[in-house]
Design a protein around this ligand. Structure first.
Ligand SMILES: C[S@@+](CC[C@H](N)C(=O)[O-])C[C@H]1O[C@@H](n2cnc3c(N)ncnc32)[C@H](O)[C@@H]1O
Length: 453
């Protein structure tokens, strides 16, 4: 039995320690702020399916969240051949690290492979004084507040030497010749190599299929440095609209709990990177983008801030019109704005996803739409865009109304689909100038599509 009052106090404490408002936490879980308020006043408890994402967001184990005694873990860890100080360190991490990783860390300790030091720096006027602290000398009590940091570093260290792409090479194929791919690790490099010796280096954890962004559509130029990326990422995807979209996708995914998911055109801190934290089943999530740099930043951010031991993330800098996967191998495709970003060749991107999907499996994507093409509002919008000319012309050809989409989606190879409207198009302005500059779809409706192969 979970004690509601104890739970409510623990939750408030953890939430405020993480610097999250009730509303922010509610947003991250895709639920209402009132639900959080009810949990924190002790009048209700979260649904069981929310416990794992909630614990992950707060950076603690579910055991810790619901108040289970963690000494069970310390007990289990004594079976490893390691010192009492190391067990104390592991126990300090047990709030924030999953059992799987805790035991992996214990194994590292057995072989003396982990050493934690803390550096304390004092700057006085122009002088800097530094003290190194051996974490092993600290007490269990003083280690507790460091749990999150210790766990995060440990997770990174354990994952560093391991790229999960090696778990899925059986499903992959060379995008150049279709040959089988194998993963090879040498002393100072790692890469994928095919039967015909096409080699794809893995740089900074991202498999580089050497794709380049299309001239005129260089998304990576929005952000030049990782620091800017970090600063801006929360601003980009904070709209309520997108959150509804994301929630639908996550709910849909939860029904099937797919083991191998490919996200199409992941972009910078897009849907898939954010979802890493909320997925609560074991899976491999493949993030794709033409730009190596975008994925490199995504990886860094996921590793530093969002990592989730349940989700193995593979980063492929590749062209989604020529996915490095064999036919009928993938359990699920997601794409939030990704298909539509292949403006110049989106039909090929859809068809390619259908090729790699297993039969009867689903693609989940959002899509923009207009109301009946012949309605007065649509005619006015289309006129405004047409008059803009320039780059707008490319976009112009991929504006569809719902009737047209109902015919188009099957033509990509899906056997059936459902389309749920998330928001309607807005009425046109009373001027002769298109009001949104290069943001072509700001006025259009948004729908969420579940399509089955
Ligand atoms: C709108 S952004 C993605 C948004 C993101 N999925 C989200 O959830 O917010 C589009 C991304 O698709 C990528 N892209 C465009 N064409 C592509 C292609 N042919 N193959 C792979 N990625 C592509 C771009 O580099 C860009 O980063």
């Amino acid at each position: 039995m979970i004690n509601k009052i104890e739970f409510s106090n623990r939750l408030t404490d953890l939430r405020t320690k993480c610097g999250l408002s009730q509303n922010r936490l509610a947003e991250m879980l895709f639920i209402s702020g009132q639900a959080i308020s009810k949990w924190e006043t002790g009048s209700s408890l979260p649904d069981i399916e929310l416990l794992i994402p909630l614990a992950q967001i707060l950076g603690v184990s579910v055991d810790c969240l619901i108040g289970n005694d963690i000494s069970v873990i310390a007990e289990a860890l004594t079976s490893y051949d390691t010192s009492d100080e190391n067990i104390m360190l592991l126990t300090a991490m047990s709030d924030t690290l999953s059992r799987e990783y805790l035991y992996k860390a214990a194994k590292y300790f057995e072989h003396d492979k982990l050493k934690y030091t803390m550096s304390l720096t004092l700057t006085a006027e122009k002088n800097v004084y530094t003290n190194e602290i051996d974490v092993k000398e600290m007490t269990a009590e003083s280690l507790k507040p460091l749990s999150r940091h210790l766990s995060n570093l440990t997770l990174r260290a354990i994952n560093e030497s391991y790229n999960p792409v090696q778990e899925i090479t059986d499903y992959m194929r060379c995008p150049n010749c279709g040959g089988n791919l194998v993963y090879i690790k040498e002393a100072d490099c790692e890469y994928l190599m095919c039967d015909n010796n096409h080699r794809y280096d893995i740089n900074e954890g991202v498999v580089d299929f050497k794709t380049l962004e299309m001239p005129g559509f260089t998304w990576s130029s929005w952000i030049r440095r990782y620091e800017d990326f970090k600063k801006n990422n929360s601003k980009y995807y904070n709209s309520e609209l997108r959150d509804n979209d994301y929630k639908m996708c996550l709910d849909e995914l939860r029904k099937d709990k797919p083991k191998l998911i490919i996200d199409i055109g992941t972009g910078m801190m897009g849907w898939a990177s954010r979802m890493v934290r909320l997925i609560d089943w074991e899976c491999v999530l493949v993030l794709t983008d033409l730009s190596h740099r975008i994925l490199k930043y995504d990886k860094r951010y996921v590793d530093e801030v969002l990592s989730n031991p349940k989700v193995k993330v593979v980063y492929l800098a590749c062209d989604v019109r020529n996915l490095p996967f064999k036919d009928n191998t993938v359990d699920n495709i997601t794409s939030m704005g990704g298909f539509e970003a292949v403006i110049y060749d989106y039909v090929k991107a859809y068809k390619e996803s259908v090729r790699v999907l297993k039969n009867n499996h689903k693609a989940l994507f959002d899509i923009t739409y207009i109301n009946d093409r012949n309605s007065a509002d649509s005619i006015k919008w289309l006129e405004l865009i047409h008059n803009e000319g320039g780059d707008m012309k490319v976009y112009y050809n991929m504006i569809f109304d719902l009737k047209e989409l109902a015919e188009l989606i099957p033509s990509y190879g899906f056997s059936n689909h459902t389309l749920t409207v998330i928001s309607d198009p807005i009425p046109p302005p009373d001027t002769d100038v298109f009001p949104y500059n290069d943001q072509i779809s700001r006025w259009m409706g948004l729908a969420f599509v579940t399509a089955q192969k």
